[in-house]
Design a binder for this molecule. Sequence first.
Ligand SMILES: Cc1cc2nc3c(=O)[nH]c(=O)nc-3n(C[C@@H](O)[C@@H](O)[C@H](O)COP(=O)(O)OP(=O)(O)OC[C@H]3O[C@@H](n4cnc5c(N)ncnc54)[C@H](O)[C@@H]3O)c2cc1C
Ligand SMILES: *[C@@H]1O[C@H](CO)[C@@H](O)[C@H](O)[C@H]1NC(C)=O
Ligand SMILES: *[C@@H]1O[C@H](CO)[C@@H](O)[C@H](O)[C@H]1NC(C)=O
Ligand SMILES: *[C@@H]1O[C@H](CO)[C@@H](O)[C@H](O)[C@H]1NC(C)=O
Ligand SMILES: *[C@@H]1O[C@H](CO)[C@@H](O)[C@H](O)[C@H]1NC(C)=O
Ligand SMILES: *[C@@H]1O[C@H](CO)[C@@H](O)[C@H](O)[C@H]1NC(C)=O
Length: 610
Amino acid sequence: MKSILFLFLFLINYILTLDQEHFHDYCIIGAGPAGIQLAYFLHKAKRDYIAYERSSQAGSFFINYPRHRQLISINKRNTGEKNRKFNLRHDWNSLLSNDDHLRFTHRSKKLFPSADLMVNYLNDFYRHHNLHIQLNITIKNLKPISEQTTTCSSKDCSFLSTARFRMNDQYDNSYTCGIVIVATGLSIPNIPPIDGIDLAVGYENVSLVTEEFENKSVLILGRGNAAFEVAQHIYDATNYIHMISRSRVRNAYATHYVGDLRAINNQLLDTYQLKSLDALVEIDLMEHELLQNPVDGRIQIKYKISDTDINIHERQEAVAYDKVIRCLGFKFDDSIWHPDVKIEKNLGRTNKYPKIQFDYQSFDYDHLYFTGTLMHSIDFRKSSGGFIHGFRYLTQTLYRIFEYRYHENKWPSITFSWYSLTNYLIKRMNEADGIYQMFGQLVDVILIDRINRQCRFIEEYPARLLPRLEEIAGYRSENLLILNMQYGMNYSGAGRDVFAFDRVSASVDTADRSNFLHPVLYYYDSSLEEIDFENVKAGFLPLTSSTRIHHIIENVLTSWMEPTEHILPLRIFLENILHVNLQQQTVISYARKKMLQQKLNISVRVYSEM
Ligand SMILES: Cc1cc2nc3c(=O)[nH]c(=O)nc-3n(C[C@@H](O)[C@@H](O)[C@H](O)COP(=O)(O)OP(=O)(O)OC[C@H]3O[C@@H](n4cnc5c(N)ncnc54)[C@H](O)[C@@H]3O)c2cc1C
Ligand SMILES: *[C@@H]1O[C@H](CO)[C@@H](O)[C@H](O)[C@H]1NC(C)=O
Ligand SMILES: *[C@@H]1O[C@H](CO)[C@@H](O)[C@H](O)[C@H]1NC(C)=O
Ligand SMILES: *[C@@H]1O[C@H](CO)[C@@H](O)[C@H](O)[C@H]1NC(C)=O
Ligand SMILES: *[C@@H]1O[C@H](CO)[C@@H](O)[C@H](O)[C@H]1NC(C)=O
Ligand SMILES: *[C@@H]1O[C@H](CO)[C@@H](O)[C@H](O)[C@H]1NC(C)=O
């Protein structure tokens, strides 16, 4: 009798589940590079997922942007190396996949290819892998089905096939989801509420016809890549271009941040500094207004409060412009939410992003995650999370978080004897891609097991989640060795002289003063806590009272294999931590020979590559 009742309940439940039309465990909103990348990982793991995309093509951001059609992500086909991970350090456009035929590098010989190729690439990629992407579906009214109170930790999250979110499309079809991942990017132009802003044409609509700027004097609001990209496209024709912004120009080569002004866009710096009429001016736009002269239609920018003309070029009369172009960036589009849903935004300069936790989960709703460029609030202006070559790894990280949280699959890791550690570390330093691109954010974690003289090696783990290692990855240890990639602490920054003669640390004794990106090892003999990260400069790891730190001296080709410069000091550092003699086990010439192999002969299986 009891079992019949159970069967009955089971059937009811089954019918209800069927009735929940369009249910999926994982719903991804948006099929840009991030939505596609996440779909790839979920597909490979045979998860129940779908991605909804409002456009008729995947990767639609790149149909219109960058406006002048040149990507600013590097397509470096040749490195002189065959190692596939190493080469991904310099291929900024490919998504992660086990199929190297799909590499973006096969599609263009240009270092900065056309954005049209990115659209083709992304569509070919998702079709090739048969990813579940539904086009022409605009998601809205997303909301949780019931009020949630619990915080999601691995135990209470493990139950899938539970409809936790509901949403509609533009035809009012209803969809339910267990987990929602928002991958909608930043798509709304940032238009500041200043008087006269309507007189400016937006970057999103700016004409690509250079002739329209013939004999025109142009004001550009903003000084990022988009502003400079526009300027460079029209300055064949203009009288002059003035560019205004609140803060000074930030050259990417000085800040080591790929979102800052890239040299491929920076030609206007020359025509300014060589006194050929173009100019950069720092003012706070919010204190100004745009005014149009009704007679000649020309536009001036004026200081709002005192009505004083602003002094461009220290002239007293205000300069009048024929055209004003707004290039002030993009922000997150809130139109996916149900009116009842309130998602907090960040404060300050990351206020264009929804506020997210270090595990990329919403602060406001459990099981609601963000991926792609929306993850970049965590490493804003610090690392590469705003670009494909950065968030492709963060997206993989999110997938790994899901695998443990919802499916109890611990993070991939390998264990091996201490005696293989030097060699394995050298391999990782020389070829690892994720920790190289997401420097200071993703780190390799080595758990030291002193009883069995073994270590467990976990790759590409988020540094800020180290205090939650057991909850996130499924492993715990009191003894941690961390491999981080770092620039010099005081090296990067707008206005810093990054070409100074003493920029390169030439001696092993001063390896800790290496300025260019180089491997740094941190050893902790007790687990890291949240409090340890307070006041730690982004990109670096905490220095607690017992931390041992070891810098591997920088190398111009990022080749860390020299017996005396790199390997010996590393070996001695490890010997001091492990209290063993590693001399016999570290074959000095080994690294050079083995670096290009996919697998190391360390008596354990290297976990399957991607
Ligand atoms: C001017 C500019 C130039 C850039 N150039 C580069 C570059 O050269 N290289 C690089 O790596 N990065 C570049 N970026 C950074 C970044 O924009 C890209 O890396 C990328 O577009 C981000 O990918 P994503 O998948 O997170 O978001 P997106 O590419 O923006 O994808 C979001 C997708 O979600 C869809 N969507 C949105 N709302 C909904 C909805 N309600 N329902 C369904 N679908 C929806 C959209 O149609 C879109 O396809 C640039 C950014 C800007 C602003
Ligand atoms: C999406 O819409 C476009 C334009 O309306 C149409 O041409 C295309 O066939 C549609 N694609 C799908 C998969 O429905
Ligand atoms: C300008 O671009 C926005 C965003 O792409 C679009 O919604 C709007 O229709 C465009 N306006 C014009 C005049 O083309
Ligand atoms: C631009 O100015 C030059 C010199 O004044 C003039 O010869 C030319 O015709 C102008 N071009 C346009 C398109 O107005
Ligand atoms: C960097 O600068 C800070 C502040 O001036 C200083 O305390 C610190 O020692 C410097 N670090 C290095 C590695 O030079
Ligand atoms: C791998 O190492 C083992 C033990 O050190 C050795 O016996 C074996 O020959 C090695 N294999 C290769 C392919 O080098």
